[in-house]
Design a protein around this ligand. Structure first.
Ligand code: ADP
Ligand code: ASP
Ligand code: MG
Length: 428
């Protein structure tokens, strides 16, 4: 008998029909002779709706209360799903994150798992039940306050449970058939990948491909959990994220082995760019700026320093970050104006990031050329650039992002003949 963890995202359980459909799918897996643990997200756009509501009643909702509120979304789905599964004749019990032993630190809104003790889940399985766990939540080890793991964190709940229960596979069910060469909502000609190495999946997830939560990919790699990303709306085989990089990795059929091996393009609309204008160009200034930001947990992504000119050299320092941290970073910099000694600050949240990811870049030349040529041909101006061994990222005007993704996708020969199916969801 196998143990399978199945995670269903919000779009799979957006209404009563969806919940019934998922219930049948879970029962089918169980009736095929498997033990099944289910992790479920909030219905449809519930989490966003709850967040909107919070902001209507308070300009800055206290983080503890926000977590309390948001975890309610997953509790609704878990109980409804347990009812729907019982209805099709299979016993099911639901558990909150804290009941399922998801112990975290106290960082509300971005809590990290510190321990996973799913003994109640094990007991429920041993008693013949399907166990359903509310995703993306846990409980702080010492204060016992309820925490959340961050947006999209139900994927991480699923992988953490799969690791703790020694499951045979962790299936992530969404509204698309798997991981594609680009977001199929933007690039209808995107191709589904049969397999992707965890190294490449990490780069895709870290750079905005929200099909998988970044921490879920890291966790799966660390604990060697086989991940299968697939759709709850079809029975098609999805994408396997291989825990060991490269092993068993089959390149896409159309791309000969000698050519650069691209796995996909990720995009991220939630970027912002801050420029600190007129800072003295001498040792210690950059460290002062980035220390200030790091002390308040501001996550800086790309950094560019302009060439300085004049007798008393001054320079401009630009960096990008997630726009959710934009206000915080600007306030910190404003408060440190004298200490840093800059002329002015500039803030731009109308920027986005595009990243081309592929392990083949390590050994192939000409990838950068093709990438920038595609952008130039599409008349897209590049604002900032960063590269790693397996990735090239650029910052551009957010209004040009979709065109840029499509242009690069075509330039690298990734376009498929058929249109990718997006089964549901609003993409919010
Ligand atoms: P869920 O509610 O199931 O967790 P998400 O909305 O978090 O679903 O993630 C699924 C969405 O991720 C898809 O609908 C798709 O628009 C988006 N996406 C972004 N990049 C990719 C990609 N490379 N492959 C597949 N889907 C992607
Ligand atoms: N419901 C949460 C969110 O929308 C968690 C998740 O879906 O994974 O971010
Ligand atoms: Mg998700």
């Amino acid at each position: 008998m196998s143990l399978i963890v199945q995670k269903f995202g919000g779009s799979s359980v957006s209404d009563a029909d969806g919940i019934r459909r998922v219930a049948r799918r879970v029962a089918e897996t169980r009736n095929a002779g498997n033990d099944v643990v289910v992790v479920v997200s909030a219905m449809g756009d519930t989490t966003d709706d709850l967040l909107d509501l919070a902001i209507e009643v308070a300009r800055k909702p206290p983080a503890r209360e926000l977590d309390m509120l948001l975890t309610a979304g997953e509790r609704i789905s878990m109980a409804l799903l347990a009812m729907a599964i019982s209805e099709v004749g299979v016993p099911a019990q639901s558990f909150t994150g804290s009941q399922a032993g998801m112990i975290t630190d106290g960082d509300h809104g971005a809590a990290k798992l510190v321990e996973v003790n799913p003994f109640r889940v094990r007991e429920a399985l041993d008693a013949g039940n399907i166990a359903i766990i509310a995703g993306f939540q846990g409980v702080h080890r010492s204060t016992k306050d309820i925490t959340t793991l961050g947006r999209g964190g139900s994927d991480t709940t699923a992988v953490a449970l799969a690791a703790a229960l020694n499951a045979d596979v962790c299936e992530i069910y969404s509204d698309v058939d798997g991981v594609y060469t680009a977001d199929p909502r933007i690039v209808p000609s995107a191709q589904k990948l049969d397999r992707v190495s965890s190294e490449e999946m990490l780069e895709l997830a870290a750079n905005g491909a929200k099909i998988l939560h970044l921490r879920c990919v890291e966790y799966a790699r660390r604990f060697n959990v086989p991940l299968h990303v697939r759709s709850s709306f079809s029975h098609n085989e999805g994408t396997w994220v291989m825990p060991t990089p490269h092993e068993n990795f089959t390149p896409q059929k159309e791309i000969p082995l000698e050519q650069p091996l691209i796995s996909g393009i990720a995009h991220d609309r939630t970027q912002a760019k801050i420029t600190v204008v007129g800072v003295p160009d001498r040792p210690g200034i950059a460290s002062r700026i980035f220390r200030l930001l790091a002390d308040s947990k501001v996550n800086v992504d790309m950094i560019v320093q302009n060439v300085s000119t004049g007798d008393r050299p001054m320079t401009d320092l630009s960096f990008t970050l997630d726009e959710s941290q934009g206000d915080l970073a600007m306030n910190l910099l404003r408060a440190a104006e004298e200490k840093i000694g800059y002329t002015s600050l500039d803030y731009d949240d109308q920027v986005g990031k595009i990243s081309l990811v592929g392990a083949g870049m390590k050994t192939n030349t000409g990838v950068s050329f093709k990438f920038f040529e595609a952008l130039a041909n599409a008349d897209i101006n590049v604002d900032m650039i960063s590269t790693s061994e397996v990735r090239i990222s650029v910052i551009t005007d957010v209004s040009k992002l979709d065109t840029a993704v499509r242009a690069i996708h075509t330039a690298f020969g990734l376009d498929a003949d058929n249109e990718a199916t997006v089964y549901g969801g609003t993409g919010r």
